[in-house]
Design a protein around this ligand. Structure first.
Ligand SMILES: *Cc1c(COP(=O)(O)O)cnc(C)c1O
Length: 281
């Protein structure tokens, strides 16, 4: 288990007003920057979704971000999902929101509402690496797994999802920068791999994901984002089975979100610009 989990109670829900304000201001700054960049890039208003990257943050901090208007939640580690999901789900329901992929029986059990179908939904994505022995634990809760980078992993997820008579969203993660520390398939394999994954029953290929190059060179960062967009376009327009849903481009973090939006991101994954610097890695 990751060390910081021994030092921080991720299920904690109590949060002081100054910290709520800090997170609210951070989320509003990011939402404003997204809107401004959509405008300057000629993107349609509201075409970029703000995913709050919530690793190392506790339930109280995450609920402050949700109250401030973030559109979805992205967790890196299955253990963090497990530690937080009950608290998050309950706090969301108190606000009339269904978090993640909870089925309607779970919702009805936790909530007295007459019409659970009428509740708002807030998607929960897994954005970090997933080991196959954790797939079963994630499927009841996550809508989309953004970190699928091999056919073998996609097949394992598909098998578990089909057994549950469930369809889970996946994004194919591509290592556009080629940095050896990063996960993701090779850029020149992405197209073929996406077509194979798109055919799997139990999965819905929703798009592609990448982590921007860790460099200062704007052109280098943009090149990776533009290549991801090009692969997405070719997959979506291929007419191959299961590819019509391949529309999302999850790219852009606190440091490079404006480039990503300009290059076509539909989801930006933002941690530190909302919550502040992380105390733990
Ligand atoms: C942490 C993380 C983010 C957010 O990074 P920030 O620099 O905190 O905005 C985005 N994507 C992934 C996969 C991450 O692990």
């Amino acid at each position: 288990m990751t060390a910081y989990m021994d030092h921080k109670d991720l299920a904690n829900e109590t949060i002081d007003p100054a910290r709520i304000q800090e997170i609210t201001d951070g989320a509003h700054r990011v939402l404003d920057l997204i809107a401004q960049t959509e405008f300057t890039s000629g993107r349609e208003e509201g075409s970029v979704t703000l995913l709050a990257a919530t690793k190392t943050r506790d339930v109280g901090e995450i609920m402050a971000a949700i109250d401030a208007g973030v559109h979805m939640i992205g967790e890196n580690r299955p253990q963090e999902v497990i530690a937080k999901i009950d608290g998050l789900r309950y706090a969301c329901l108190q606000r009339g929101i269904v978090l993640g992929a909870s089925d309607m029986q779970t919702v009805a059990r936790l909530d007295e509402t007459d019409d659970p179908e009428a509740l708002d939904r807030l998607p929960l994505h897994l954005i970090g690496q997933l080991q196959s022995n954790k797939i079963g634990k994630m499927l009841p809760d996550v809508n989309t797994i953004e970190s699928v980078d091999s056919f073998e992993l996609a097949e394992k997820i598909a098998r578990r999802a089909a057994a549950r008579e469930q369809t889970v969203g996946v994004l194919l993660e591509v290592n556009e920068s080629g940095e050896p520390t990063k996960s993701g398939c090779a850029p020149d394999e992405a197209f073929e791999l996406a077509l194979r994954i798109a055919q799997l029953e139990g999965l819905e290929l929703q798009g592609l994901m990448t982590v921007g190059a860790h460099v200062d060179d704007e052109r280098e960062i943009r090149r990776g984002f533009a290549h991801l967009r090009d692969v997405r376009d070719r997959v979506r327009d291929s007419d191959a089975e299961g590819t019509a849903t391949c529309v999302e481009l999850s790219m852009g973090m606190s440091g490079d979100m404006t480039y990503a939006i300009d290059e076509g991101a539909t989801i930006v994954r933002i941690g530190q610009a909302i919550f502040g610097e992380r105390d733990f890695k």
